[in-house]
Unconditional design. Structure first.
Length: 547
Protein backbone atom coordinates (compact mmCIF):
# COMPACT_ATOMS: atom_id res chain seq x y z
CA UNK A 1 0.00 0.00 0.00
CA UNK A 2 1.36 3.38 -1.03
CA UNK A 3 1.42 6.31 1.38
CA UNK A 4 -0.02 9.44 -0.22
CA UNK A 5 0.57 12.74 1.55
CA UNK A 6 -1.50 15.69 0.34
CA UNK A 7 -0.76 19.16 1.68
CA UNK A 8 -3.33 21.81 0.87
CA UNK A 9 -2.33 25.48 1.00
CA UNK A 10 -3.11 27.35 4.24
CA UNK A 11 -5.45 30.31 3.63
CA UNK A 12 -4.87 33.49 5.60
CA UNK A 13 -7.49 33.81 8.33
CA UNK A 14 -8.11 37.49 7.63
CA UNK A 15 -11.12 37.40 5.33
CA UNK A 16 -13.63 35.16 3.60
CA UNK A 17 -12.53 32.75 0.90
CA UNK A 18 -13.28 33.86 -2.61
CA UNK A 19 -13.80 31.58 -5.57
CA UNK A 20 -10.34 32.14 -7.04
CA UNK A 21 -8.66 30.89 -3.86
CA UNK A 22 -11.02 27.93 -3.66
CA UNK A 23 -10.08 26.92 -7.21
CA UNK A 24 -6.47 26.43 -6.09
CA UNK A 25 -7.45 24.33 -3.05
CA UNK A 26 -10.08 21.96 -4.47
CA UNK A 27 -7.67 19.66 -6.40
CA UNK A 28 -6.32 18.43 -3.08
CA UNK A 29 -9.68 16.97 -2.11
CA UNK A 30 -10.14 15.32 -5.51
CA UNK A 31 -6.76 13.62 -5.08
CA UNK A 32 -7.56 12.50 -1.53
CA UNK A 33 -10.92 11.01 -2.49
CA UNK A 34 -9.44 9.24 -5.51
CA UNK A 35 -6.54 7.66 -3.64
CA UNK A 36 -8.77 6.52 -0.78
CA UNK A 37 -11.12 4.85 -3.28
CA UNK A 38 -8.08 3.20 -4.84
CA UNK A 39 -7.22 1.72 -1.43
CA UNK A 40 -4.07 3.72 -0.70
CA UNK A 41 -3.13 5.13 2.70
CA UNK A 42 -3.88 8.87 2.52
CA UNK A 43 -3.00 11.75 4.84
CA UNK A 44 -4.61 15.02 3.72
CA UNK A 45 -3.92 18.05 5.91
CA UNK A 46 -4.16 21.81 5.91
CA UNK A 47 -5.21 24.63 8.18
CA UNK A 48 -5.71 28.33 8.65
CA UNK A 49 -2.65 30.60 8.57
CA UNK A 50 -3.44 32.65 11.67
CA UNK A 51 -0.08 34.40 12.07
CA UNK A 52 0.31 36.00 8.68
CA UNK A 53 0.68 39.74 8.47
CA UNK A 54 -2.72 40.06 6.74
CA UNK A 55 -4.35 38.80 9.96
CA UNK A 56 -2.52 41.35 12.08
CA UNK A 57 -3.30 44.17 9.62
CA UNK A 58 -7.00 43.27 9.63
CA UNK A 59 -7.00 43.25 13.45
CA UNK A 60 -5.48 46.74 13.57
CA UNK A 61 -8.04 48.02 11.07
CA UNK A 62 -10.92 46.61 13.14
CA UNK A 63 -9.44 47.55 16.51
CA UNK A 64 -9.49 43.97 17.84
CA UNK A 65 -6.92 41.32 18.73
CA UNK A 66 -5.40 39.20 15.93
CA UNK A 67 -6.73 36.09 17.66
CA UNK A 68 -10.28 37.44 17.33
CA UNK A 69 -9.85 37.77 13.56
CA UNK A 70 -8.26 34.32 13.32
CA UNK A 71 -11.09 32.72 15.33
CA UNK A 72 -13.76 34.27 13.13
CA UNK A 73 -12.33 33.23 9.80
CA UNK A 74 -10.96 29.85 10.87
CA UNK A 75 -14.49 28.84 11.86
CA UNK A 76 -15.87 30.22 8.62
CA UNK A 77 -13.28 28.26 6.63
CA UNK A 78 -14.19 25.08 8.50
CA UNK A 79 -17.88 25.60 7.74
CA UNK A 80 -17.18 26.24 4.05
CA UNK A 81 -14.89 23.24 3.65
CA UNK A 82 -17.40 20.98 5.40
CA UNK A 83 -20.24 22.18 3.17
CA UNK A 84 -18.08 21.66 0.09
CA UNK A 85 -17.22 18.12 1.14
CA UNK A 86 -13.49 18.61 1.70
CA UNK A 87 -12.24 15.39 3.27
CA UNK A 88 -9.26 16.65 5.28
CA UNK A 89 -7.87 14.17 7.78
CA UNK A 90 -7.04 17.26 9.79
CA UNK A 91 -7.76 20.93 9.20
CA UNK A 92 -6.02 22.83 11.98
CA UNK A 93 -4.61 26.30 12.66
CA UNK A 94 -1.18 27.81 13.24
CA UNK A 95 -1.94 29.61 16.51
CA UNK A 96 -2.08 26.36 18.51
CA UNK A 97 0.58 25.28 20.99
CA UNK A 98 1.12 22.00 19.10
CA UNK A 99 2.11 23.88 15.96
CA UNK A 100 4.29 26.29 17.92
CA UNK A 101 6.25 23.45 19.50
CA UNK A 102 6.90 21.73 16.15
CA UNK A 103 8.01 25.00 14.55
CA UNK A 104 10.33 25.77 17.46
CA UNK A 105 11.81 22.27 17.17
CA UNK A 106 12.47 22.85 13.45
CA UNK A 107 14.09 26.20 14.25
CA UNK A 108 16.31 24.60 16.91
CA UNK A 109 17.40 21.81 14.55
CA UNK A 110 18.27 24.29 11.82
CA UNK A 111 20.35 26.19 14.36
CA UNK A 112 22.06 23.03 15.62
CA UNK A 113 22.85 21.94 12.06
CA UNK A 114 24.48 25.28 11.24
CA UNK A 115 21.91 26.75 8.86
CA UNK A 116 20.93 29.78 10.97
CA UNK A 117 23.17 32.71 11.82
CA UNK A 118 22.73 36.09 13.50
CA UNK A 119 22.95 39.30 11.56
CA UNK A 120 22.32 42.94 12.41
CA UNK A 121 20.47 44.69 9.64
CA UNK A 122 18.60 47.85 8.87
CA UNK A 123 14.89 47.06 9.14
CA UNK A 124 12.02 49.26 8.10
CA UNK A 125 10.58 51.16 11.07
CA UNK A 126 7.51 53.38 11.21
CA UNK A 127 8.06 56.37 13.47
CA UNK A 128 4.34 57.21 13.36
CA UNK A 129 3.26 53.79 14.64
CA UNK A 130 6.50 53.31 16.61
CA UNK A 131 7.13 49.76 15.45
CA UNK A 132 9.33 47.71 13.16
CA UNK A 133 7.34 46.80 10.07
CA UNK A 134 6.98 43.22 8.84
CA UNK A 135 7.58 42.90 5.12
CA UNK A 136 3.88 42.89 4.23
CA UNK A 137 3.39 46.13 6.18
CA UNK A 138 5.68 47.84 3.66
CA UNK A 139 4.62 48.81 0.16
CA UNK A 140 6.69 50.39 -2.58
CA UNK A 141 7.85 50.23 -6.17
CA UNK A 142 9.22 46.88 -7.37
CA UNK A 143 12.80 47.29 -8.63
CA UNK A 144 12.24 44.65 -11.33
CA UNK A 145 8.95 45.55 -13.00
CA UNK A 146 8.10 48.98 -11.58
CA UNK A 147 4.68 47.99 -10.25
CA UNK A 148 3.47 48.57 -6.72
CA UNK A 149 4.56 45.64 -4.54
CA UNK A 150 4.65 44.36 -0.97
CA UNK A 151 7.90 44.08 0.91
CA UNK A 152 8.09 40.29 0.56
CA UNK A 153 7.01 39.53 -3.00
CA UNK A 154 5.80 41.28 -6.13
CA UNK A 155 2.45 39.89 -7.31
CA UNK A 156 3.07 41.15 -10.85
CA UNK A 157 6.47 39.61 -11.66
CA UNK A 158 6.77 37.07 -8.77
CA UNK A 159 10.13 38.45 -7.61
CA UNK A 160 10.95 37.62 -3.99
CA UNK A 161 11.74 40.88 -2.25
CA UNK A 162 13.00 42.48 0.93
CA UNK A 163 11.61 45.89 1.99
CA UNK A 164 15.03 47.38 1.36
CA UNK A 165 14.64 46.53 -2.33
CA UNK A 166 11.62 48.81 -2.73
CA UNK A 167 11.66 52.49 -3.61
CA UNK A 168 9.00 55.03 -2.62
CA UNK A 169 8.20 52.97 0.47
CA UNK A 170 5.13 53.61 2.60
CA UNK A 171 3.76 52.05 5.77
CA UNK A 172 0.64 50.01 4.99
CA UNK A 173 -0.86 51.02 8.34
CA UNK A 174 -0.57 54.79 8.23
CA UNK A 175 0.65 55.59 4.72
CA UNK A 176 3.72 57.55 5.91
CA UNK A 177 7.25 56.88 4.62
CA UNK A 178 9.13 54.61 7.06
CA UNK A 179 12.77 54.90 8.12
CA UNK A 180 15.36 52.20 8.78
CA UNK A 181 16.76 51.18 12.15
CA UNK A 182 19.26 48.49 13.13
CA UNK A 183 17.97 45.25 14.63
CA UNK A 184 19.44 41.76 15.12
CA UNK A 185 17.86 38.70 13.56
CA UNK A 186 18.54 35.12 12.62
CA UNK A 187 18.95 34.39 8.94
CA UNK A 188 18.42 31.09 7.14
CA UNK A 189 21.46 30.38 5.01
CA UNK A 190 19.41 29.48 1.98
CA UNK A 191 22.44 29.94 -0.27
CA UNK A 192 23.95 26.80 1.28
CA UNK A 193 21.22 24.75 -0.38
CA UNK A 194 21.68 26.17 -3.90
CA UNK A 195 23.41 23.14 -5.44
CA UNK A 196 21.26 20.56 -3.67
CA UNK A 197 18.02 22.31 -4.57
CA UNK A 198 19.14 22.77 -8.17
CA UNK A 199 19.71 19.02 -8.42
CA UNK A 200 16.39 18.29 -6.75
CA UNK A 201 14.47 20.62 -9.08
CA UNK A 202 16.23 19.22 -12.16
CA UNK A 203 15.10 15.69 -11.32
CA UNK A 204 11.58 16.62 -10.25
CA UNK A 205 8.65 15.04 -12.07
CA UNK A 206 5.01 15.87 -11.66
CA UNK A 207 5.44 19.63 -11.24
CA UNK A 208 3.15 22.00 -13.09
CA UNK A 209 4.98 24.01 -15.73
CA UNK A 210 4.61 27.30 -13.81
CA UNK A 211 6.42 25.70 -10.86
CA UNK A 212 9.20 24.43 -13.13
CA UNK A 213 9.74 27.81 -14.76
CA UNK A 214 9.53 29.94 -11.61
CA UNK A 215 11.83 27.64 -9.65
CA UNK A 216 14.37 27.61 -12.47
CA UNK A 217 14.29 31.39 -12.52
CA UNK A 218 14.95 31.69 -8.77
CA UNK A 219 17.81 29.21 -8.98
CA UNK A 220 19.38 30.98 -11.96
CA UNK A 221 19.21 34.28 -10.07
CA UNK A 222 20.90 32.61 -7.09
CA UNK A 223 19.25 31.87 -3.76
CA UNK A 224 19.64 34.61 -1.17
CA UNK A 225 19.77 34.11 2.60
CA UNK A 226 16.50 35.19 4.21
CA UNK A 227 15.59 36.52 7.63
CA UNK A 228 14.15 33.74 9.82
CA UNK A 229 12.95 36.01 12.64
CA UNK A 230 11.13 39.32 12.76
CA UNK A 231 10.19 42.04 15.27
CA UNK A 232 6.57 41.07 15.79
CA UNK A 233 4.13 40.66 18.65
CA UNK A 234 1.95 38.01 16.96
CA UNK A 235 3.40 34.64 16.01
CA UNK A 236 5.63 31.78 17.21
CA UNK A 237 8.18 32.72 19.89
CA UNK A 238 11.88 32.36 19.10
CA UNK A 239 13.04 29.66 21.58
CA UNK A 240 16.22 31.48 22.59
CA UNK A 241 17.18 33.87 25.37
CA UNK A 242 17.60 37.46 24.21
CA UNK A 243 15.03 37.11 21.45
CA UNK A 244 11.90 37.33 23.60
CA UNK A 245 10.57 40.31 21.63
CA UNK A 246 10.86 38.57 18.27
CA UNK A 247 8.94 35.86 16.44
CA UNK A 248 9.83 33.17 13.93
CA UNK A 249 9.14 34.55 10.49
CA UNK A 250 5.82 33.39 9.03
CA UNK A 251 7.35 32.16 5.76
CA UNK A 252 9.24 29.53 7.77
CA UNK A 253 6.43 28.90 10.20
CA UNK A 254 3.47 28.53 7.80
CA UNK A 255 5.00 25.87 5.51
CA UNK A 256 6.06 23.95 8.62
CA UNK A 257 2.35 23.47 9.22
CA UNK A 258 2.38 20.50 6.86
CA UNK A 259 4.61 18.64 9.30
CA UNK A 260 2.97 19.96 12.48
CA UNK A 261 -0.49 19.06 11.17
CA UNK A 262 0.70 15.54 10.35
CA UNK A 263 2.10 15.11 13.84
CA UNK A 264 -1.04 16.58 15.40
CA UNK A 265 -3.20 14.17 13.38
CA UNK A 266 -1.09 11.27 14.67
CA UNK A 267 -1.31 12.51 18.26
CA UNK A 268 -5.10 12.85 18.07
CA UNK A 269 -5.88 9.63 16.19
CA UNK A 270 -3.02 7.26 17.01
CA UNK A 271 -1.99 7.37 13.35
CA UNK A 272 1.55 6.93 12.06
CA UNK A 273 2.84 10.25 10.71
CA UNK A 274 6.31 8.80 10.13
CA UNK A 275 5.09 6.56 7.29
CA UNK A 276 4.20 9.72 5.31
CA UNK A 277 7.38 11.63 6.12
CA UNK A 278 10.50 9.62 6.91
CA UNK A 279 12.98 8.98 4.11
CA UNK A 280 13.33 5.40 5.33
CA UNK A 281 9.92 4.74 3.73
CA UNK A 282 10.17 4.23 -0.03
CA UNK A 283 6.46 4.19 -0.86
CA UNK A 284 5.66 7.86 -0.21
CA UNK A 285 4.25 10.28 -2.77
CA UNK A 286 3.82 13.84 -1.49
CA UNK A 287 1.48 16.25 -3.26
CA UNK A 288 1.38 19.99 -2.54
CA UNK A 289 -1.65 21.89 -3.83
CA UNK A 290 -1.69 25.70 -3.96
CA UNK A 291 -1.74 28.80 -6.17
CA UNK A 292 1.22 29.85 -8.31
CA UNK A 293 1.94 32.78 -5.97
CA UNK A 294 3.12 30.16 -3.45
CA UNK A 295 5.47 28.26 -5.78
CA UNK A 296 8.86 29.27 -4.28
CA UNK A 297 7.72 28.45 -0.76
CA UNK A 298 6.90 24.87 -1.83
CA UNK A 299 9.68 24.18 -4.33
CA UNK A 300 12.58 25.95 -2.58
CA UNK A 301 11.86 27.20 0.96
CA UNK A 302 10.11 24.11 2.31
CA UNK A 303 12.53 21.66 0.66
CA UNK A 304 15.44 23.68 2.12
CA UNK A 305 13.93 23.45 5.60
CA UNK A 306 13.38 19.71 5.19
CA UNK A 307 16.95 19.23 4.00
CA UNK A 308 18.17 21.34 6.91
CA UNK A 309 16.45 19.28 9.59
CA UNK A 310 17.34 16.07 7.70
CA UNK A 311 15.63 12.74 7.14
CA UNK A 312 12.27 13.92 5.83
CA UNK A 313 10.61 13.36 2.45
CA UNK A 314 10.70 16.23 -0.05
CA UNK A 315 7.72 17.29 -2.19
CA UNK A 316 7.11 15.08 -5.22
CA UNK A 317 4.14 16.60 -7.02
CA UNK A 318 3.59 20.36 -7.20
CA UNK A 319 0.05 21.23 -8.29
CA UNK A 320 0.33 25.01 -8.52
CA UNK A 321 -2.78 26.52 -10.10
CA UNK A 322 -2.79 29.57 -12.33
CA UNK A 323 -5.18 32.41 -11.55
CA UNK A 324 -8.93 32.52 -11.99
CA UNK A 325 -10.48 35.81 -13.06
CA UNK A 326 -14.05 36.96 -12.50
CA UNK A 327 -16.12 38.08 -15.49
CA UNK A 328 -12.85 38.83 -17.29
CA UNK A 329 -11.27 40.89 -14.50
CA UNK A 330 -8.86 40.03 -11.70
CA UNK A 331 -10.38 39.23 -8.30
CA UNK A 332 -10.01 42.24 -6.02
CA UNK A 333 -10.90 41.98 -2.35
CA UNK A 334 -10.30 45.71 -1.84
CA UNK A 335 -12.85 46.62 -4.53
CA UNK A 336 -15.14 43.74 -3.50
CA UNK A 337 -14.85 42.34 -7.01
CA UNK A 338 -15.23 38.75 -5.86
CA UNK A 339 -17.61 35.86 -5.46
CA UNK A 340 -17.40 34.95 -1.79
CA UNK A 341 -17.63 31.25 -1.00
CA UNK A 342 -19.98 31.52 2.05
CA UNK A 343 -22.40 33.56 -0.05
CA UNK A 344 -22.20 31.16 -2.99
CA UNK A 345 -22.89 28.16 -0.74
CA UNK A 346 -26.09 29.75 0.51
CA UNK A 347 -27.53 29.73 -3.00
CA UNK A 348 -25.98 26.87 -4.96
CA UNK A 349 -25.23 23.18 -4.52
CA UNK A 350 -21.66 22.31 -3.51
CA UNK A 351 -21.37 19.83 -6.41
CA UNK A 352 -22.20 22.63 -8.86
CA UNK A 353 -19.34 24.69 -7.46
CA UNK A 354 -16.94 21.73 -7.40
CA UNK A 355 -17.81 20.69 -10.94
CA UNK A 356 -17.31 24.14 -12.42
CA UNK A 357 -13.99 24.75 -10.65
CA UNK A 358 -12.58 21.45 -11.88
CA UNK A 359 -14.03 21.39 -15.39
CA UNK A 360 -13.03 25.05 -15.90
CA UNK A 361 -10.13 25.17 -13.46
CA UNK A 362 -6.93 27.20 -13.90
CA UNK A 363 -4.70 24.13 -14.16
CA UNK A 364 -2.32 25.22 -16.91
CA UNK A 365 -3.49 28.73 -17.77
CA UNK A 366 -5.63 31.48 -16.26
CA UNK A 367 -9.35 30.82 -16.59
CA UNK A 368 -12.46 32.87 -15.98
CA UNK A 369 -15.52 32.46 -13.79
CA UNK A 370 -18.63 33.93 -15.33
CA UNK A 371 -22.16 33.53 -14.06
CA UNK A 372 -23.29 32.59 -17.55
CA UNK A 373 -20.83 29.70 -17.82
CA UNK A 374 -21.45 28.57 -14.24
CA UNK A 375 -25.22 28.31 -14.64
CA UNK A 376 -24.99 26.80 -18.12
CA UNK A 377 -22.50 24.17 -16.93
CA UNK A 378 -24.85 23.19 -14.11
CA UNK A 379 -27.93 22.98 -16.36
CA UNK A 380 -26.11 21.41 -19.30
CA UNK A 381 -23.67 18.94 -17.74
CA UNK A 382 -24.70 18.13 -14.19
CA UNK A 383 -28.45 18.28 -14.70
CA UNK A 384 -28.78 17.74 -18.45
CA UNK A 385 -26.23 14.94 -18.84
CA UNK A 386 -25.47 13.09 -15.58
CA UNK A 387 -28.59 13.87 -13.55
CA UNK A 388 -30.83 13.25 -16.54
CA UNK A 389 -29.30 9.83 -17.30
CA UNK A 390 -29.61 8.67 -13.71
CA UNK A 391 -33.14 9.92 -13.27
CA UNK A 392 -34.62 8.74 -16.58
CA UNK A 393 -33.18 5.24 -16.06
CA UNK A 394 -34.27 4.75 -12.47
CA UNK A 395 -37.69 6.36 -12.93
CA UNK A 396 -38.30 4.00 -15.85
CA UNK A 397 -37.42 1.04 -13.62
CA UNK A 398 -39.81 2.30 -10.95
CA UNK A 399 -42.66 2.69 -13.43
CA UNK A 400 -42.13 -0.42 -15.55
CA UNK A 401 -40.46 -2.92 -13.19
CA UNK A 402 -41.94 -1.97 -9.81
CA UNK A 403 -38.66 -0.34 -8.74
CA UNK A 404 -36.50 -3.48 -9.04
CA UNK A 405 -33.47 -3.77 -11.32
CA UNK A 406 -34.59 -6.16 -14.08
CA UNK A 407 -32.76 -9.38 -14.83
CA UNK A 408 -30.85 -8.67 -17.99
CA UNK A 409 -27.62 -9.17 -19.86
CA UNK A 410 -24.88 -6.55 -19.69
CA UNK A 411 -23.76 -5.01 -22.94
CA UNK A 412 -20.12 -6.15 -22.79
CA UNK A 413 -18.73 -3.14 -24.63
CA UNK A 414 -19.85 -1.00 -21.72
CA UNK A 415 -17.97 -3.11 -19.19
CA UNK A 416 -14.78 -2.83 -21.26
CA UNK A 417 -15.24 0.91 -21.71
CA UNK A 418 -15.81 1.59 -18.03
CA UNK A 419 -12.99 -0.66 -16.84
CA UNK A 420 -10.71 1.22 -19.23
CA UNK A 421 -12.10 4.52 -17.93
CA UNK A 422 -11.00 3.70 -14.37
CA UNK A 423 -7.45 3.26 -15.65
CA UNK A 424 -7.37 6.26 -17.97
CA UNK A 425 -9.09 8.71 -15.60
CA UNK A 426 -7.01 7.46 -12.65
CA UNK A 427 -3.78 8.08 -14.53
CA UNK A 428 -4.90 11.63 -15.34
CA UNK A 429 -5.91 12.35 -11.73
CA UNK A 430 -2.56 11.11 -10.41
CA UNK A 431 -0.81 13.51 -12.79
CA UNK A 432 -2.99 16.36 -11.57
CA UNK A 433 -4.79 16.64 -14.92
CA UNK A 434 -8.20 16.82 -13.27
CA UNK A 435 -9.87 18.84 -15.99
CA UNK A 436 -8.96 16.24 -18.59
CA UNK A 437 -10.10 13.44 -16.28
CA UNK A 438 -13.57 14.88 -15.67
CA UNK A 439 -13.99 15.65 -19.37
CA UNK A 440 -13.17 12.03 -20.17
CA UNK A 441 -15.72 10.72 -17.68
CA UNK A 442 -18.41 13.10 -18.90
CA UNK A 443 -17.80 11.92 -22.46
CA UNK A 444 -19.00 8.53 -21.19
CA UNK A 445 -21.98 10.19 -19.50
CA UNK A 446 -22.99 11.68 -22.85
CA UNK A 447 -22.40 8.32 -24.55
CA UNK A 448 -24.63 6.66 -21.96
CA UNK A 449 -27.47 9.07 -22.77
CA UNK A 450 -26.98 8.31 -26.45
CA UNK A 451 -27.15 4.57 -25.70
CA UNK A 452 -30.43 5.05 -23.80
CA UNK A 453 -31.90 7.09 -26.66
CA UNK A 454 -30.82 4.62 -29.33
CA UNK A 455 -32.16 1.59 -27.45
CA UNK A 456 -35.56 3.31 -26.88
CA UNK A 457 -36.61 1.36 -23.78
CA UNK A 458 -40.02 3.10 -23.86
CA UNK A 459 -40.68 1.16 -27.08
CA UNK A 460 -38.78 -1.97 -26.07
CA UNK A 461 -40.93 -2.41 -22.95
CA UNK A 462 -43.95 -2.84 -25.26
CA UNK A 463 -42.35 -4.68 -28.19
CA UNK A 464 -39.45 -6.72 -26.70
CA UNK A 465 -39.48 -6.82 -22.89
CA UNK A 466 -36.29 -8.92 -22.67
CA UNK A 467 -34.39 -6.36 -24.75
CA UNK A 468 -35.73 -3.63 -22.46
CA UNK A 469 -34.43 -5.54 -19.44
CA UNK A 470 -30.99 -5.76 -21.06
CA UNK A 471 -31.02 -2.01 -21.72
CA UNK A 472 -32.00 -1.03 -18.21
CA UNK A 473 -29.73 -3.58 -16.54
CA UNK A 474 -26.81 -2.20 -18.58
CA UNK A 475 -27.78 1.40 -17.75
CA UNK A 476 -27.86 0.60 -14.01
CA UNK A 477 -24.32 -0.83 -14.22
CA UNK A 478 -23.20 2.32 -16.03
CA UNK A 479 -24.80 4.51 -13.32
CA UNK A 480 -23.17 2.54 -10.50
CA UNK A 481 -19.71 2.87 -12.03
CA UNK A 482 -20.16 6.52 -12.93
CA UNK A 483 -21.05 7.12 -9.27
CA UNK A 484 -17.62 5.75 -8.31
CA UNK A 485 -15.73 7.47 -11.11
CA UNK A 486 -17.27 10.86 -10.36
CA UNK A 487 -17.23 10.74 -6.56
CA UNK A 488 -13.85 12.53 -6.24
CA UNK A 489 -15.36 15.42 -8.17
CA UNK A 490 -19.06 15.59 -7.19
CA UNK A 491 -19.30 13.52 -3.99
CA UNK A 492 -22.77 14.58 -2.84
CA UNK A 493 -24.62 13.48 -5.98
CA UNK A 494 -22.60 10.28 -6.10
CA UNK A 495 -23.45 9.50 -2.47
CA UNK A 496 -27.13 9.84 -3.36
CA UNK A 497 -26.72 7.44 -6.29
CA UNK A 498 -25.05 4.91 -4.00
CA UNK A 499 -28.08 5.22 -1.70
CA UNK A 500 -30.50 4.70 -4.61
CA UNK A 501 -28.72 1.46 -5.54
CA UNK A 502 -27.57 0.35 -2.05
CA UNK A 503 -23.90 0.50 -3.06
CA UNK A 504 -21.02 0.36 -0.59
CA UNK A 505 -18.24 2.87 -0.07
CA UNK A 506 -16.51 4.21 -3.21
CA UNK A 507 -13.91 1.97 -4.85
CA UNK A 508 -11.82 2.61 -7.93
CA UNK A 509 -12.75 -0.50 -9.88
CA UNK A 510 -15.66 -2.08 -11.70
CA UNK A 511 -18.73 -2.66 -9.54
CA UNK A 512 -21.97 -4.39 -10.46
CA UNK A 513 -25.51 -4.12 -9.19
CA UNK A 514 -27.39 -7.45 -8.96
CA UNK A 515 -30.73 -7.85 -10.67
CA UNK A 516 -33.79 -7.64 -8.45
CA UNK A 517 -32.17 -4.97 -6.26
CA UNK A 518 -34.73 -2.35 -5.31
CA UNK A 519 -34.23 1.30 -6.16
CA UNK A 520 -34.61 3.22 -2.91
CA UNK A 521 -35.40 6.85 -2.11
CA UNK A 522 -35.13 8.12 -5.65
CA UNK A 523 -35.00 11.90 -5.94
CA UNK A 524 -33.62 14.46 -8.35
CA UNK A 525 -29.86 14.90 -8.14
CA UNK A 526 -29.98 18.46 -9.45
CA UNK A 527 -32.60 21.16 -9.88
CA UNK A 528 -32.60 23.39 -12.93
CA UNK A 529 -31.29 26.91 -12.34
CA UNK A 530 -33.40 29.58 -14.01
CA UNK A 531 -31.17 31.27 -16.65
CA UNK A 532 -32.63 34.61 -15.56
CA UNK A 533 -30.33 34.31 -12.54
CA UNK A 534 -27.39 35.05 -14.84
CA UNK A 535 -28.50 38.65 -15.17
CA UNK A 536 -29.46 38.87 -11.50
CA UNK A 537 -26.08 37.61 -10.31
CA UNK A 538 -24.14 39.78 -12.75
CA UNK A 539 -26.04 42.88 -11.66
CA UNK A 540 -25.54 42.06 -7.98
CA UNK A 541 -21.81 41.68 -8.57
CA UNK A 542 -21.60 45.09 -10.22
CA UNK A 543 -23.61 46.66 -7.39
CA UNK A 544 -21.46 45.21 -4.61
CA UNK A 545 -18.36 46.92 -6.02
CA UNK A 546 -20.03 50.33 -5.85
CA UNK A 547 -21.74 49.95 -2.48
Amino acid sequence: MAHIFIGGAWPYANGSLHLGRLASLLPGDVLARYYRAKGEDVLYVSGSDCHGTPVAVQAIQEGVKPGDIADRYHQEFLDCFNQLGFSYDLYTRTDQSFHHEVVQDIFTKLLDHGYLYKKTLQQTYCETDQRFLPDRYVEGTCPVCGNRARGDQCDYCSTLLDPADLTDKTCKLCGNPPVERPTEHFYLELSQFQAELAGYAAEAQGWRENAVQLTRRYLEEGLQDRAATRDLTWGVDVPLAGFEDKKIYVWIEAVSGYLSASKQWAAETGGDWESFWLNTHEDITAYYVHGKDNVPFHTLIWPALLLGIEGLHLPDKILSCEYMTLEGKKFSTSRNWAVWVPDLLRRYQPDSIRYFLIANGPEKRDTDFSWREFIHSHNGELLGAFGNFVHRTLVFIEKSFSGYVPQGTLHEDWRKNLESLYTLAGTLIEKGNLKEAIELIFASVRQANKYFDERKPWLQVKEDRDACKDTLYTCVQIIANLAHLLQPFIPFACAKVRTFLSLGEPVWQWVSVPSDRQVLGLELLFERIDPRQIEEETSALEQQTTS
